[in-house]
Design a protein around this ligand. Structure first.
Ligand code: NDP
Length: 478
């Protein structure tokens, strides 16, 4: 059978764009459909704008630091509109680069929504219908908002980069990557931040000691973090809410609203599970993300969807329909850009280079751009000790640059080591630039380095990371 294309990719995010380009480089005839902006979550409303906001917010502490180091500087207010317009110019530039990369690779771009009509056919919102030998679904995910009264008044991370003005106060709901990163970002930009997390400690699944230190650092910097707390209901604040002014008590960073009696007040009234009530300028939900599997014809094509709404794929990213593959967040394996890119590369190896390649999801390093930042790879202490006897090497100290500036922040370096094999099973760092450090430590750990390999490596002095190779004795065995 003759097809219009060898590969049709649905979704122009990091995974889809990479797969399209690399497949086209093998000589395949490739088209890619994207209904919104090229670049997907990572470039348009995720990693990239988020990291730029992390940089922006980091300056708030630098003025004090600079003065401690002898500079005569004065700080002024953060100007969101100025930053936002610069940010969007940068995102436009990056989107342009993505388009150019596709063009230069010979990939045909379809600015349209695409949905499957059968195992080889895609219908485009532009009215065209095309056929392809292989179809790759890389439609990503989207934020989900819990089903509570008034939740529609809240925003998600999708909206934050588009705000006309920064709120004076915000309630962030959730305790994962996005909630904790934005709590730090907005706090640094001068927004009064309250964070509700329903569990006992934020960043569930990460090393207990590391997430404890992150939470402590966030609180010290001013985030009003409430654990074991969630929203019961929310609604637009009314002037009558003002009469009830006890409401601001311990959830105390919501602000009382001043509006003439009878008129709607600005802000969102929130009732928490602990019975407290407060008003916030904004409420942001960062309560997880769901795969984008709706209305793209999966049922029509016979593609199986799992319990969490994800496309079910095998180790080669192939669905139960042999011509259809899926990669990235839509498969809900590991929701990280570099993982989607790896999955794209493995897909092209398998399908277009005749070299069946499984995606390696083991020992994936990652960074959480909280303030303080966390870098992590491998097993947490808690997970490792359930598997085998381990030795824990850990140090926590005030780094010299912060100590000199009079800051109280502490950093942490931790290695989880197998007692039997001496292999480093996990590494957890809480420190400025922890993401940069963990990338490098991850190479050694992925290679199977032992604690003794770390010890044999000469320290780079004076750095924070030198502690990774100078920890002599375990702090405990478990
Ligand atoms: P996460 O799954 O990390 O966190 C979701 C949070 O919301 C959890 O704390 C969860 O609580 C909480 N939650 C879920 N449902 C509810 C509810 N009904 N009411 C209250 N709280 C709720 O999702 P994120 O949205 O933060 O991030 C999505 C993914 O994006 C991450 O898993 C990560 O892979 C990726 N990401 C990576 C980044 C990075 O690499 N730096 C940055 C940002 C995102 P509980 O713990 O109790 O389930």
């Amino acid at each position: 059978m003759n097809f219009d294309y060898d590969l049709f990719v649905i979704g122009g995010g990091s995974g889809g764009v990479r797969a399209a380009r690399v497949a086209a480089a093998t000589g395949a005839k490739v088209a890619l459909a994207e209904e919104f902006r090229m670049g997907g979550t990572c470039v348009i409303r995720g990693c990239v704008p988020k990291k730029l906001m992390v940089f922006a917010s980091g300056y708030s502490e630098m003025f004090d630091d600079a003065r401690a180091y002898g500079w005569d500087v004065t700080d002024g207010p953060f100007e969101w509109p100025r930053f936002r317009s610069h940010l969007h110019k940068e995102l436009d530039r990056l989107e342009g680069i993505y388009r150019k990369l596709l063009d230069n690779s010979g990939v045909e771009i379809c600015d349209a929504r695409a949905s499957l009509t059968d195992a080889h056919t895609v219908a485009l919102s532009s009215g065209r219908t095309v056929t392809a030998k292989h179809i790759l679904i890389a439609t990503g995910g989207r934020p989900v908002v819990p089903d509570i009264p008034g939740a529609a008044l809240g925003i998600t991370s999708n909206d934050i980069f588009l705000l006309d003005e920064l709120p004076k106060s915000i309630l962030i709901v959730g305790g994962g990557y996005i909630a904790s990163e934005f709590a730090g970002i907005l706090n640094g930009l001068g927004v009064k931040v309250t964070q509700f997390y329903r569990g006992a400690q934020i960043l569930r699944g990460f090393d207990d000691e590391a997430r404890g230190l992150v939470a402590e650092g966030m609180r010290e910097k001013g985030v009003n973090l409430h654990l074991g707390t969630n929203i019961v209901e929310m609604r637009a604040a009314t002037a009558d809410d003002l009469q009830d002014n006890g409401m601001s008590a311990p959830v105390d960073q919501g602000k009382p609203v001043s509006a003439p009696s009878g008129e709607p007040a600005k802000g969102i009234w929130v009732k928490a599970t602990n019975g407290q009530e407060a008003i916030f300028d904004q409420v942001m939900f960062a309560t997880g993300r769901a795969p984008n599997t709706e209305n793209i014809g999966l049922a029509e094509a016979g593609v199986q969807i799992g319990r969490r709404g994800e496309i079910v794929v095998d180790d080669y990213s192939q669905t139960g329909v042999p011509s259809i593959y899926a990669i990235g967040d839509v498969t809900d394996r590991v929701q990280l850009t570099p993982v989607a890119i790896r999955e794209a590369m493995a897909f092209v190896e398998t399908v277009f280079k005749g070299n069946p390649t499984k995606v390696d999801h083991d020992l994936i390093p990652s960074a959480i751009f909280t303030q303080p930042e966390m870098g992590t790879i491998g097993l947490t202490e808690e997970a490792a000790r359930d598997i085998e006897p381990v030795e824990i090497y850990c140090t926590s100290f005030k780094p010299m640059n912060h100590a000199f500036a009079g800051r109280t922040d502490r950093v942490m370096m931790k290695l989880v080591v197998s007692s039997a094999t001496r292999k480093v099973l996990g590494c957890h760092i809480v420190a400025d630039h922890a993401g940069e450090m963990i990338q490098l430590a991850a190479i050694a750990i992925k290679m199977g380095a032992t604690k003794e390999d770390f010890d044999r490596t000469v320290a780079v002095h004076p750095t924070m990371a030198e502690e990774l190779v100078t920890m002599k004795d375990p702090v405990r065995r478990a």
